[in-house]
Ligand binder design. Sequence first.
Ligand SMILES: Nc1ncnc2c1ncn2[C@@H]1O[C@H](COP(=O)(O)OP(=O)(O)OP(=O)(O)O)[C@@H](O)[C@H]1O
Ligand SMILES: [Mg+2]
Length: 146
Amino acid sequence: MAAVISAIDKQSVHRICSGQVVLDLATAVKELVENSIDAGATSVAVNFKDNGLEGFEVIDDGQGVDPVNYESIALKHYTSKLSTFEDLESVMTFGFRGEALSSLCALCNITIITATKDQVPMGSKLEFDHNGKLISKTPAPRTVRI
Ligand SMILES: Nc1ncnc2c1ncn2[C@@H]1O[C@H](COP(=O)(O)OP(=O)(O)OP(=O)(O)O)[C@@H](O)[C@H]1O
Ligand SMILES: [Mg+2]
């Protein structure tokens, strides 16, 4: 008898596709370092806990995340870098898909601590669920962490 062809549930599709964006630890680090450079960072530090097995953090001195973007930063296909296909011709950043943070949220627990220059030294600590939805926001000094 032929196997039944049926749709994969949305949550599983999200996890499978996220694994195609973030293949391994090196890709995860690469995506966050690219984000730091795209944000105008002149200094980027990467710290590993137990060689990355327990997690890692990326700290940059870029422009930070404006509070108006806290809710949307980790949603799939949300980006500040382009809005139409035609924009691809002029994009000057490493990223443009709006997929990296969304995929990291699907695969692991991610926390962002950020501040714009107007907020420094105090910013916000943001936590997200596996769909990239903001689930908590608390005051904190600035860095970017996973
Ligand atoms: N370190 C950072 N500093 C400031 N803003 C950031 C930082 N990292 C991410 N962002 C913001 O979050 C958005 C989403 O990041 P994400 O990496 O998911 O997508 P992207 O960089 O736009 O595209 P891609 O998925 O191709 O990397 C970015 O467009 C940017 O506006
Ligand atoms: Mg990116």
